[in-house]
Design a protein around this ligand. Structure first.
Ligand code: GTP
Ligand code: MG
Length: 204
């Protein structure tokens, strides 16, 4: 697939409490994953913007659901939704609960949610929380799209092995991914075209 141009990419709103989502509009693609895996960077890479989504070295910065308007060239407008990261040890029980309520409410209730991209750090591989998330998405009828990012940090000969190992890790947990994981790097933009193709091919 050729390079996707994105003429429109702008911040819409941050939702910090359940039900305070923006009015229903274009189809939405949400980005979920452990803290610090590179979700916000991935959104910036897909939209070819330097700092549309806020990135940070400090895990667990994003607290609300951040909605962006995004329009790929020649395609209908979409929304991207940057979800707060999970699995960060240094947050309180209360914050963990808040995350769950916020994200669960959105993912289960949002009629216009078309896909959930599950972002995993390729160096760290698939963790229990990632399996829990994928299992839950499948259970509530959302098809996960798994992406392994920070691929630039792996040696070339490790990349395919890592993608295969990720798929195997989900299979071992009894989870059959609808499509194989996509390798990605926000440094080199590797995987950008493949991920766009996956997102635009209809129900992801
Ligand atoms: P939270 O919102 O805190 O959950 O983090 P996040 O998942 O949005 O991660 P973010 O995009 O803020 O990136 C975290 C760190 O990883 C930053 O220092 C990024 O520069 C770095 N990073 C993100 N993607 C890549 C990548 O593909 N390659 C490399 N080498 N570094 C990356
Ligand atoms: Mg983020």
């Amino acid at each position: 697939m050729s390079v996707v141009d994105v003429p429109l990419a702008e911040y819409l709103v941050e939702a910090r409490s359940s039900g305070s989502w923006p009015d229903v509009g274009p189809l939405e693609i949400a980005f979920a994953g452990r803290s610090n895996v590179g979700k916000s960077s991935l959104i910036n890479t897909l939209t070819a913007r330097k700092a549309l989504a806020r990135t940070s070295n400090t895990p667990g910065r994003t607290k609300g659901l951040i909605f962006f308007r995004v329009q790929p060239q020649g395609r209908p407008e979409l929304r991207f939704v940057d979800l707060p990261g999970y699995g960060y040890a240094r947050v309180s029980q209360q914050e963990r609960h808040a995350w769950k309520t916020l994200v669960e409410g959105y993912v289960t209730e949002r009629g216009t949610l078309a896909a959930v991209v599950v972002v995993i750090d390729a160096r760290r591989g698939v963790k229990d929380e990632d399996c829990d998330l994928v299992e839950w998405l499948l259970a509530v009828g959302r098809r996960p799209c798994v992406v392994l990012t920070k691929l630039d940090k792996l040696a070339r000969n490790e990349r395919k092995l890592t993608l295969d190992a990720a798929r195997a890790a989900f299979a071992k947990a009894g989870l059959a991914l609808p499509k194989p994981p996509i390798g990605f790097s926000s440094r080199t933009r590797e995987g950008r075209d493949a991920l766009w193709a996956r997102l635009l091919e209809g129900p992801a």
